[in-house]
Design a protein around this ligand. Structure first.
Ligand code: NAD
Length: 371
């Protein structure tokens, strides 16, 4: 039986609360599944600042490097608002992304039928929606140099951000997009702004060439990023995988996320390059939401994003797609039974807290696994 090593980093606020529910699901698969999970836990973010004075220790980073997957909760909160900029809790997550070279950020936007009413779009546009936004995470506008604010001779200030991409960076994210599409509905939309940006021109050229060389079996469309934003709210079901740069990916994934209802529902994965020897990718899985200080410690947090993040780890790091499907189905069944945490509460539904939602999902998993 294969053993997968997981590093759990619960973090701050509701992070530890939702991670507890993930651990219960891991324990179930350890008892009943066809693979074993060896878990280790460490502190990150504000919890690490309190204990060690830094948001990520060298020891925790080494554990993350060695693990098959990192499962991350959330970091941050008002308690650490005054710490120096370079020691912020969020620095722990950024350091992990950088050191593990996690360049591919996967954000699925799935609309469970039971939640179609919670979307801001009409039911027919979102019911059964299942799209994946693939965002380049380590290049582009957020990291390009120069990045500065300078004071000009006349006293005005000038701010500069630089958007930079190389062939290699675009090729490797395009490759991930085609690989993912093959496991889904085999369609990729590549979104850029080739009409006004040089990085868009290169992005378009490299994606086209990578497709011609390596992925002719996948349907490829090019779309301008602004048109993509529009189409996402007009007819989102036309998309399968959307691949884009760091900046556009940030916007489009948040937009797509809102089609599905609450932030408490959204998982994500960040993947690195495959190891040339083992083929394994470094990987971090985390809910999209933050530490939600307003509800932390109250047992109110929705654990679905965290549990669905673990399902993504099973799918993309452990080769356990059936088990991942089972968790996704268990979540859908639990919602169909009418259980809702406060963030997704609708009329005539039963309001539950974090532990009760986790327990209900676990029971559905047990039922499905026994069937
Ligand atoms: P947030 O995601 O923490 O919360 C936004 C709103 O959504 C809040 O009203 C919160 O109660 C609600 N919410 C979030 N997750 C929920 C869940 N699982 N169930 C129910 N409701 C949920 O974003 P924010 O308020 O902008 O940030 C709070 C802190 O989290 C800040 O310190 C921020 O820097 C940090 N943050 C961390 C991450 C991360 O760790 N990846 C991401 C975003 C924000």
């Amino acid at each position: 039986m294969t053993t997968h090593s997981l590093l759990l980093l619960p973090g701050d606020g509701i992070g530890p609360e939702v991670m507890t529910e993930v651990e219960r699901v891991v324990a179930f698969f350890n008892k009943k599944g066809k693979a074993k999970f060896k878990t280790e836990t460490d502190v990150v973010g504000g919890a690490a600042i309190d204990k060690h004075g830094v948001p990520l220790t060298a020891g925790a980073l080494a554990k993350a490097q060695a693990a098959d997957a990192v499962i991350f909760g959330a970091v941050g909160g008002p308690k650490w608002d005054k710490v120096a900029y370079d020691k912020r809790p969020e620095g722990g997550l950024l350091a992990l992304r950088k050191e593990l070279d996690l360049f591919a950020n996967l954000r699925p936007a799935i609309c469970y039928p039971a939640l179609a009413e919670a979307s801001s779009l009409k039911r027919e546009h979102v019911e059964g929606l299942d799209i994946l936004i693939l965002r380049e995470l380590t290049g582009g506008t957020y990291f390009g140099e120069p990045k500065e604010i300078v004071t000009l001779e006349d006293g005005q200030k000038r701010a500069v951000d630089t958007t930079v991409y190389t062939t290699r960076e675009i090729e490797r994210i395009a490759r991930v997009a085609f690989d993912l599409a093959r496991k889904r509905r085999n369609k990729v939309h590549s979104a850029e702004k080739r009409n006004v940006m040089k990085t868009g021109v290169l992005w378009n050229e490299v994606v086209t060439a990578t497709h011609a060389r390596e992925a002719k079996d996948v349907e490829l469309h090019h779309i301008l990023a602004d048109a993509c934003a529009m189409q996402l709210v007009r007819n989102p079901k036309q998309f399968d995988v959307i691949v884009c740069d760091n900046l556009f990916g940030d916007m489009l994934s948040d937009e797509a996320a809102m089609l599905t209802g609450s932030i408490g529902m959204l998982p994500s994965a960040s993947l690195g390059a495959p190891d040339p020897k083992t083929g394994k990718r470094k990987a971090l899985y985390e809910p999209v939401h933050g530490s939600a200080p307003d509800i932390a410690g109250k047992g109110l947090a929705n654990p679905i994003a965290a549990i669905a993040s673990y399902a993504m780890a099973l799918r993309y790091s452990c080769g356990l797609a059936k088990e991942a499907d089972l968790i996704d189905k268990a979540i859908a069944n639990t919602l169909a039974r009418g259980l809702r945490t406060a963030d997704i509460l609708q009329p005539n539904m039963r309001k539950v807290g974090t532990a009760e939602m986790g327990q209900a999902i676990l029971e559905e998993i047990e039922k499905l696994a026994a069937a």
